[in-house]
Design a protein around this ligand. Structure first.
Ligand SMILES: [Fe+2]
Length: 235
């Protein structure tokens, strides 16, 4: 995905994965924030890290299929979910309880730390990032496409980003290199637990990693992820 076209869904994996990006302001910089749409084995759709949906975006999703799940991947990426839930009233919301603590209007149908979700959607596996309760992120692995989905586990700025973020990224070491987000680096409370969480990914065949802020990582995604975390002492 190159320059951002808000509300436009791009097909990442034929018939299986689509993504859109929108601008979001965070801590004085303008990031790109990705929402992913994944077709599950039952034909219905899972929306990962939902944006507040526009009419144009809803029309594109409606042409693909019926949404059955909305996923809040950590305790920060909850802002668009109540509006998405209103647009898809039949969809269940999978989210960590920590997100509800920050957003009282967020409804949670299934706890992201519960095994209920994968019993109903066995082609997905959940990989919680332990030891970083500040983020409380859980990665989703989609076996049919060998794709790992995250939100803030790593990020990267490049020439497609707004100048505010490119400038801040040069100072914080996120310019054209995958990094643990600056605000997360000092919030790793249990490095051994975080390390075990990353090691749990080692056995997976991962063709691509899709996170919220940065391009799709399809060149050695697991190496990029582990290198970034090694820099903050998580080996
Ligand atoms: Fe984020």
């Amino acid at each position: 995905m190159r320059a951002m076209q808000p509300d436009v869904l791009s097909e990442i994996v034929d018939g299986r994965i689509w993504a859109s990006e929108r601008p979001v302001w965070f801590s004085g910089v303008r990031l790109r924030a990705r929402t992913c749409v994944i077709r599950l084995d039952d034909g219905r759709l899972l929306v990962h890290s939902p944006a507040p949906p526009s009419d144009a975006w809803l029309k594109q999703v409606a042409a693909i299929g019926e949404v059955s799940w909305l996923v809040v991947p950590n305790c920060f990426h909850h802002l668009g979910t109540p509006a998405a839930a209103a647009a898809f009233p039949a969809a269940k919301i999978l989210a960590p309880r920590s997100a509800a603590a920050k957003n009282p209007v967020l409804r949670i149908d299934v706890d992201l730390h519960d095994s209920t979700f994968t019993k109903g959607v066995p082609e997905m596996a959940l990989f919680p990032l332990e030891g970083v309760p500040f983020l409380d992120e859980t990665l989703l692995y989609h076996r049919p496409t060998q794709t790992l989905f995250g939100a803030d586990v790593v990020l990267r700025a490049d020439e497609n980003d707004h100048w505010t973020w490119r400038f801040a990224a040069r100072i914080t070491g996120c310019s054209k290199r995958w990094s643990v987000p600056p605000d997360v680096r000092k919030k790793v409370t249990d490095k051994a637990a975080a390390s075990r969480s990353l090691r749990a990914l080692q056995g997976l065949a991962i063709q691509r990693l899709m996170v919220a802020h940065g391009n799709v990582i399809d060149d050695q995604p697991l190496a990029r992820l582990t290198e970034a975390w090694r820099e903050v002492g998580v080996e």
